[in-house]
Design a protein around this ligand. Sequence first.
Ligand SMILES: C[S@@+](CC[C@H](N)C(=O)[O-])C[C@H]1O[C@@H](n2cnc3c(N)ncnc32)[C@H](O)[C@@H]1O
Length: 195
Amino acid sequence: MSALEELKIYARERYIPVMSDEARQLLYDTVATKLPKRILEIGTAIGYSGIVMLSASPQAVLNTVEMDERSAELAKQNFAANGFADRVNVFVGDAREIVPLLTGEYDFVFLDGPKGQYEKFFPYLTDLLSVGGTLVCDNVLYKGLVEHIPDDKRHKHITVARNMRAFLDDVTANPRYSTRLYRIGDGVTVSTKLR
Ligand SMILES: C[S@@+](CC[C@H](N)C(=O)[O-])C[C@H]1O[C@@H](n2cnc3c(N)ncnc32)[C@H](O)[C@@H]1O
């Protein structure tokens, strides 16, 4: 069994969220095609998707943000165990505070952090992303609720679904991006920044 497969099983046995197999394959293929040099990830968890991206782009450096200290520590261990320690910086803290402070240019961004906050991150990520760069966002259909928002206002996921709907509308209509929605896993968008 590959190290990545072991990591996926480890995560799923402990209810640690990691991306679906289909989304993982799409992420790998997209990174392998674009071969970015500087990747930003929001939502490291234990490093599973980070390892996917670093494996796909041998020259890339990954800056990744994770709020949960225990997950971040496990991610650091997993990056090291897979030989990627010198290509990764794990920023431990709340992405809502860290992202607005980031500087420099990234040619690839993977957004997989707090599901209700994508819309808030979007302007910052657009500033950080180079023209021609790629923005990949996971869970954009959010349990199917984004396309069928229930009437029950007490539904615990409704605010997240509404926020995600606003983000999805924004990213797909934004003239600075060309976006394709993949109906795989929990929904993934792949956007190229045009200008
Ligand atoms: C879906 S998981 C990420 C999965 C990971 N990208 C993968 O596929 O291996 C989302 C992660 O975002 C983290 N997170 C949630 N809110 C956050 C925030 N405000 N700032 C930073 N990380 C956050 C969670 O702790 C969780 O580990």
